[in-house]
Design a protein around this ligand. Sequence first.
Ligand SMILES: Nc1ncnc2c1ncn2[C@@H]1O[C@H](COP(=O)(O)O)[C@@H](OP(=O)(O)O)[C@H]1O
Ligand SMILES: [Mg+2]
Length: 275
Amino acid sequence: MQVKRIIDGAAASHLMEPLTALVVKAGEAILAVNRAAMRVDGKQDGSPVTEADLAADRIIADGLAQLAGDIPTLSEERTQLASPPFRASFFLIDPLDGTKEFVAGRDEFTVNLALVTSGVPLLGIVSAPALGLLWRGIVGRGAERVGFDGATIGAAEPIHTRKLPPLGEPWIAAVSRSHGDPRTEAFIDHRPSAVRKAVGSAVKFGRIAEGSADIYPRFGPTCEWDVGAGYAVVTAAGGSVTDGKGGALRFGERHDGGFIIPEFIAWGDPQAARL
Ligand SMILES: Nc1ncnc2c1ncn2[C@@H]1O[C@H](COP(=O)(O)O)[C@@H](OP(=O)(O)O)[C@H]1O
Ligand SMILES: [Mg+2]
């Protein structure tokens, strides 16, 4: 029987640099694709997939096999190969999050990579290749923002979420540019002084983690690979990510092969979750 590996925070910290290099390499492959000439296919769920999604997925799959081949992986582009539930540690990957942004020629798309242990994201990297910026963190060990140019990775800068501004002062709600929904709108409408900021993909989690946005509510469905890496980064930076009612989220544990997260809220200031 295969021994299932449990990666803790200390072991995860040894993986952070090689995983960062891998995510940056996947981003280079995405940027190398000519968006004007590429083919855009539709997936069964209606979302687009391009050669860039597949190229990034291949690089990450090969890299993870070399780096930690005994840890299972769940990728958006390879769900048929996954065998949930994942009880120990597994990698959770969205090789190109915000494909609609990418196809539309905008810059807010990301490579998301999380290491989940016992149902909870522990390590996360959210990389925005076209912005030359990534956000990364390990829960309990802090979060960082790192600039990069091609394969050259700059110095890491510690980041922290910010406290919710005092009552009456404006605060920023990050919202999807491509997938609005009425319940998210109502949630924000109920909170006075909230200013909406449309941001594509998991860049929203990065903005919460660095303290330039306060809340990212999402009352429409996303998938576990859209959220796992951002969950770890925001939590490591001092925030929290909950279900729509403030309860815990779990990852990789569903038996039915579904990976939908019906709703979640990322909070920069965990105290604000009580608002
Ligand atoms: N109805 C739905 N069901 C599942 N996931 C959805 C969805 N609508 C949007 N998403 C997810 O939201 C992501 C885009 O986020 P945003 O709207 O914040 O830019 C998409 O990621 P992909 O681009 O990787 O497919 C997609 O997976
Ligand atoms: Mg996605």
